[in-house]
Design a binder for this molecule. Structure first.
Ligand code: PAF
Length: 282
């Protein structure tokens, strides 16, 4: 695995690969890697010739400075995992490399419209602008044919799909299924910060989602939402939201409709905020 820290050097190396006719796959990450990330790499290896991963904890997408400071970092272990997974290029830029004028300088504003205003967008102001800024920069650095992202960040996938449209990119987005621990907890870098007690409680998020999914249509969604939120509170969570939304445009729904849908949840355990979702329909 080759490691690059500079956009220009990475661009030059990948330019050679492209000249040789290689199809480039890319999985952007913030490190603290787990099997969910590795499954993105595995999909990329199946679909493309050269797999690029990036590790960059992006300051502009953290609306809460404490969350940024406490974001887990396991770089040595990450490098071992990516090497074992067969990644060809790791891009590991500094903040100065990605933000030469500093992360607080003015950035372009992306018109993501409604999908930026609800759910995570409502609870994490500017988060998706930060995601847009860095994903755009990373895409310009890597220029991949295919981009691999996890369904766990359902709304982020929608934002990136929109970013690709806005920027007229020909990169194809592949949304890969969420990987779960044996008890159902969605794999997430933030799980590393859970105490054993919080880890035991955390399973209630996926249990609640599954319960809502199993009971969808048996009563109005408002009732399922209220019961689901109460379940989470009883377990010790401070929930932010539990919603049913269209999988096409994230419209919040009062009742199931034809077509793809998702049940989405965000809840806090102490100062750790977890999100998860399950899709319904097709
Ligand atoms: O999902 C993530 O890890 C991040 O939001 C991403 C896409 C790497 C952008 O910083």
């Amino acid at each position: 695995m080759y490691l690059f820290k500079r956009v220009a050097d990475l661009g030059q190396a990948l330019g050679q690969e492209k000249k040789a006719g290689k199809r480039i796959g890319f999985a952007p990450t913030m490190g603290a890697l787990h099997q969910g990330h590795i499954s993105l790499i595995q999909s990329a290896k199946q679909e493309t010739d050269i797999v690029v991963a990036s590790i960059f904890v992006n300051p502009t997408q953290f609306n809460d400075p404490k969350d940024f400071e406490k974001y887990p970092s396991t770089l040595e272990q990450d490098i071992l995992l990516l090497t074992a997974a067969g990644v060809d290029y790791l891009f590991l830029p500094s903040v100065a490399e990605m933000y030469p004028a500093g992360p607080d300088a003015e950035h372009p504003h992306y018109d993501f419209g409604y999908i930026e205003s609800v759910l995570e967008g409502a609870y994490r102001p500017n988060h998706f602008q930060g995601v847009g800024i860095i994903v755009h920069k990373l895409l310009e650095a890597v220029r991949p044919d295919d981009l691999f992202m996890g369904q766990k960040d359902f709304q982020q996938c929608m934002i990136v799909k929109r970013l690709l449209e806005i920027t007229g990119s020909s990169t194809q987005l592949h949304i890969c299924p969420t990987l779960r621990e044996a008890d159902g907890l969605a794999m997430s870098s933030r799980n590393m910060r859970l105490t054993p007690g919080q880890r035991a409680t955390a399973v209630e998020i996926s249990r609640t989602l599954q319960w809502v999914k199993d009971n969808l249509g048996t009563r109005p969604f408002s009732g399922l939402r209220a019961e689901g939120l109460a379940r989470l509170e009883d377990a010790g969570f401070a929930p932010d939201y539990l919603e049913l939304a269209s999988g096409n445009d994230l419209r919040l729904l009062d009742a199931p409709e034809d077509g793809p849908m998702a049940i989405l949840v965000a809840a806090r355990l102490g100062d750790i905020r977890l999100i998860d979702n399950m899709t319904v329909g097709s």
